[in-house]
Design a protein around this ligand. Structure first.
Ligand code: AMP
Ligand code: MG
Length: 415
């Protein structure tokens, strides 16, 4: 443990990814909030418990077209001895039910219309014989039959949507049904994305020599957006200390968080850890006992998280799924920021060589109701194609020996 500038105590001893993630999450508080309208609400993380202001429906209503009656009038009705009631008026959706129903009467009622006082059941058109003036029923109705009671859908005070959940289709409908025009949500954190490496060129420019296209940029930006952030690519800083530190300083002051890739290992051109320190970042983590994804740096710049990942695509993504994603999801206000653990039965052997937790990626199959993984044939750091069909990650704990087909491991979904 070392004391940092801000007094944050840092733990640079490598830990397992779950311990690393949980330790880092302690430093993360969600960003501030804003109010948005229903039109802008879908997918946004709600920042308050929103309670129902009224019952839905707010009056007893008919779910169908038919006749509102007193059930007691129909008690003796049968095929042989039907009961005929006099139709006294008609009530449509939107009307006020001002007639008080008396014995021997029926009210023609349409879907969504309020139930008149005195009526306690509705009989469907199809179950009657009717004229303009009378309706005949040939079976008894139960009290309450075909009536949607006030509050049956939502009761005043019910929590419609809880803090930390993303507004989905149903939430939009629920809020609108209450006349609620918008909600308090967490602001989407603006997250700067930076690449490093002299070999990196952008898609759209010519590839020469041993240069490579910047693929991490697009993968990580997509994942950051899925975490509820706005990802903004701020360029590639090459392998030069002052440009990396300069770019970091600039984005640290204007963004809510930073994700940077490449240059985090221990080689001559792995300048990112020092550049982060130079830019004033308090480094909390340097490396994790996992594979792929061991090389990484996590830190804080005041209240802003800083995530530095390996340049190796599979390594960067795996580390992000295991740690970075939880950090950004908590920062975005989501309450379910740690992925749910699922039990995964392995469909193939895997001979594990690493000493840390080995993270396997693969395709989900369901066999006899059990989640299974068909592991990708390639599990290396640099192999990007194996991420394509990966639905989930399985964790082979460091204590675990080689994996045999049929072994059950803990893991989590990434799609
Ligand atoms: P580094 O972490 O900088 O040592 O890079 C590890 C490997 O990842 C090297 O082969 C790099 O060329 C490659 N790499 C670094 N950055 C990127 C990137 N943005 N997109 C694709 N590959 C990268
Ligand atoms: Mg590099």
């Amino acid at each position: 443990m070392q004391e940092c500038r801000t007094g944050i105590r840092r733990q640079l001893k490598k830990m397992r990814f779950s311990e690393t993630r949980d330790m880092l999450l302690e430093y993360i508080n969600p960003v501030d909030t804003e109010t948005v309208s229903l039109e802008e609400l879908c997918g946004r993380v709600i920042a308050e418990d929103v309670a129902a202001r009224m019952n839905v429906p707010h009056y007893d209503r008919s779910p169908l077209d038919g006749y509102a009656v007193k059930s007691s009038d129909t008690a003796s009705a049968s095929e042989g001895s039907p009961v005929t009631l006099r139709i006294v008026c008609e009530i449509k959706a939107g009307d006020t039910a001002d007639h008080i129903l008396k014995s021997g009467e029926a009210v023609k009622i349409l879907t969504g219309a309020p139930i008149p006082d005195g009526a306690d059941a509705v009989v469907k058109y199809e179950d009657t014989l009717y004229t303009a003036d009378s309706v005949t029923v040939s079976q008894p109705l139960l009290a309450g039959e075909n009536i949607i009671r006030a509050g049956e859908d939502v009761k005043t005070g019910d929590v419609l949507v809880g803090r930390g959940t993303a507004a989905d289709t149903a939430v939009l409908g629920l809020l609108a049904s209450q006349g609620i025009a918008g909600a308090e949500v967490y602001r989407k954190p603006n997250v700067a994305l930076i690449s490093t490496g002299n070999e990196i060129v952008e898609v759209g420019t010519a590839l020469t020599g041993s240069r490579i296209y910047n693929s991490n940029r697009y993968m990580l930006a997509a994942e950051m957006e899925r975490c509820g952030c706005c990802a903004v690519y701020e360029g590639c800083a090459g392998d030069d200390m002052s440009s990396i530190a300069g770019l970091l300083s600039r984005v640290l002051s204007s963004y809510d968080a930073v994700v940077i890739t490449g240059g985090v290992s221990a080689g001559d051109y792995d300048l990112v850890p020092d550049a982060l320190e130079r830019a004033g970042v308090d480094i909390l983590v340097h490396g994790v006992k996992m594979k792929p994804g061991m090389a990484c740096v996590y830190g804080m710049y005041r209240s802003k998280p800083v995530i530095a990942l390996s340049g190796n695509p599979a390594s960067a993504l795996t580390n992000f799924y295991c740690i970075g994603r939880s950090i950004l999801r908590k920062y975005s206000g989501a309450c379910d920021y740690v992925p749910e653990t699922v039990q995964i039965r392995m469909l193939r052997d895997f001979s594990k060589k690493s000493r840390g937790d080995r993270i396997l990626r693969g395709t989900m199959k369901v066999e006899k109701g059990m989640i299974c993984m068909d592991p990708s044939p390639e599990q290396g750091n640099v192999i990007i194609s194996s991420m394509r069909a990966a639905d989930l990650l399985a964790v082979v704990p460091m204590e675990h020996g080689p994996v045999a087909a049929g072994d059950v491991l803990d893991g989590f979904m990434i799609r």
